[in-house]
Design a protein around this ligand. Structure first.
Ligand code: PLP
Ligand code: TYF
Length: 398
C-alpha cells in the first residue's frame, strides 16, 4: 500500500528548523519559526507557570478524562481574556468555549464544525497569511481563496482592497482574520478599520473567524482584544481560535481554545452539543496539564499579575530588538530606510528581503529566515543582533 507514496513537501517554516538543526556553524541564528526566545536564546519557562506547576505536582491530581469541551475553570478564564470580565455576551450565555489542542487544534475543530454547518462555503484568508491556514481549511474540505491584505509599497494594509473584496463575497462565506500581530507581515488594522470590517461582515452576511495567536504581544491583553471587542459589540455570530503557545510559552503542551458567539443561551447549548460531537470524533477530550496550569495562573490574582509582568517583559524585549536592529543597520551604513520594522507588531517583520537575499543569509552566514523575507524578531538577542545586522547589511548592499 505504500509503494507509490510520494514524499510530501515540508512545512516551509517548521522545515527550516530541521535544516537549522543540521547546520554545524556555531554562529548560526534561526529567525525562521515564530517562537519567543529570551536574551540567552532559550525558550523561557515562565515563573508563573513554574509556580503553578509546582503546586499541581504537590497536589498530585488524578488524571481522569476531562469533559469533552475541557474544564469550566479553563474555558471561563479564556473567555475573560478574550471578551473581558464585564462582557454582556458572557453574562447572557452567548459564548461557547472548548479547550483545544493549541490554536491549530482550535482552528481545526472550528473548521470541521463550520463544514457541517455550511458545507458549500468558501473560506477567505489574507494575502499573505500563516502558511497553515490554507492547508488546514482545505483539509477540512473547503475551497480557500485570498483577500488582499499586505501592500508592499506602504508596508501596511491595503485596506481599500481588502474591504472591496470582502464586499463582493457570497453570504455565508467564512473570513479568517488575524485578531492582532498579523502573521507574517506584522501589519494590523486600526481600531476604526476593525469597525469597518465588522460592518462589511454584517452587510454581506459573512462568517468571521478571528485567529488570536498572539494576544499580549502588541500592546497588552486588553488593547490586543480590540477586534474581538468590536465583533462582540456588533451582535453578529462569529468564531475565535485562541492560543497560549506564545503568551504562556507552552508551545509543546498544546493549549488553546475555540470560542463561538451565538445569538443566545438556548442556541449556545445546541451549538456546544454539536461541537462536542466534532471533538469526540477527533480526540475525545483535551489533555490535562497545560490547561490546568493556564487556568491556575489566570484564576489566581497573584499568578495572573506575575504572568502579565512576564508577558510585558517579552513584549518589551521584542520592541527593543526592533529598535536595535534598525539602529544597527543604520550604523552598518545601510542606506535603505528600515524604520518600518519598529512599527510592525508582534513577533514578525516582513523585511522586504528577497528570496535570493534570504538564501545568501543562510548560505553565507548561517542565518535562517522564511523565503518570503519574514523574520522573527523574538529570536534576536543582545549577543546575535550585531552579527545579524552586519549580515543583513552585506546582503542588501551586495
Ligand atoms: N494562528 C497563527 C496566526 C499562528 O501564527 C499560529 C502559530 O503557531 C497558530 C495559529 C497556531 O498556534 P498553536 O501553535 O497554538 O497551534
Ligand atoms: O508562523 C510561525 O512561525 C508559527 C509557528 O505549521 C508555526 O506560527 C509554523 C508553522 C506551523 C506551525 C506553527
Amino acid at each position: 500500500i505504500f509503494a507509490a507514496v510520494e514524499m510530501a513537501p515540508r512545512d516551509p517554516i517548521l522545515g527550516l528548523n530541521e535544516s537549522f538543526a543540521a547546520d554545524a556553524r556555531s554562529e548560526k541564528v534561526n529567525l525562521g519559526v515564530g517562537v519567543y526566545y529570551d536574551d540567552n536564546g532559550k525558550i523561557p519557562l515562565l515563573a508563573a507557570v513554574r509556580t503553578a506547576e509546582k503546586a499541581r505536582l504537590e497536589a498530585a491530581p488524578a488524571r481522569g478524562y476531562q469533559p469533552i469541551e475541557g474544564p469550566a475553570a479553563y474555558n471561563g478564564a479564556v473567555q475573560n481574556l478574550l471578551f473581558g470580565t464585564d462582557s454582556a455576551l458572557l453574562a447572557d450565555g452567548k459564548v461557547v468555549t472548548a479547550q483545544a489542542l493549541g490554536g491549530t487544534g482550535a482552528l481545526k475543530i472550528g473548521a470541521d464544525y463550520i463544514r457541517r454547518l455550511l458545507p458549500g462555503a468558501t473560506v477567505y484568508i489574507s494575502d499573505p497569511s500563516w502558511e497553515n491556514h490554507r492547508a488546514l481549511f482545505e483539509a477540512a474540505g473547503f475551497p480557500v481563496e485570498n483577500y488582499p491584505y499586505y501592500e508592499a509599497g506602504t508596508r501596511g494594509v491595503n485596506f481599500a482592497g481588502m474591504k472591496a473584496r470582502l464586499d463582493t463575497l457570497q453570504p455565508g462565506s467564512v473570513v479568517v482574520l488575524h485578531a492582532c500581530c498579523h502573521n507574517p507581515t506584522g501589519a494590523d488594522l486600526s481600531d476604526a478599520q476593525w469597525n469597518e470590517v465588522v460592518e462589511v461582515c454584517r452587510a454581506r452576511g459573512l462568517v468571521p473567524f478571528l485567529d488570536m495567536a498572539y494576544q499580549g504581544f502588541a500592546d497588552g491583553i486588553e488593547p490586543d482584544a480590540v477586534a474581538v471587542r468590536a465583533f462582540s459589540a456588533s451582535g453578529l455570530q462569529f468564531f475565535i481560535s485562541s492560543s497560549f503557545s506564545k503568551s504562556f510559552s507552552l508551545y509543546g503542551e498544546r493549549v488553546g481554545a475555540l470560542s463561538i458567539v451565538t445569538a443566545g443561551k438556548d442556541e449556545s447549548a445546541r451549538v456546544l452539543s454539536q461541537l462536542k460531537r466534532v471533538i469526540r470524533t477527533n480526540y475525545s477530550n483535551p489533555p490535562t496539564h497545560g490547561g490546568a496550569i493556564v487556568a491556575a495562573v489566570l484564576n489566581s490574582a497573584e499568578l495572573r499579575q506575575m504572568w502579565e509582568d512576564e508577558l510585558g517583559g517579552m513584549r518589551d524585549r521584542i520592541r527593543a530588538m526592533r529598535t536595535g536592529l534598525v539602529e544597527q543597520l543604520k550604523a552598518e551604513g545601510v542606506a535603505q530606510d528600515f524604520s518600518f520594522v519598529v512599527k510592525q507588531r508582534g513577533m514578525f517583520s516582513y523585511t522586504g528581503l528577497s528570496a535570493a537575499q534570504v538564501e545568501s543569509l543562510k548560505s553565507d552566514f548561517g542565518i535562517y529566515a522564511v523565503s518570503t523575507g519574514r523574520i522573527c524578531l523574538a529570536a534576536l538577542n543582545s549577543k546575535n543582533i550585531g552579527y545579524v545586522a552586519k549580515a543583513i547589511a552585506q546582503v542588501v548592499k551586495a
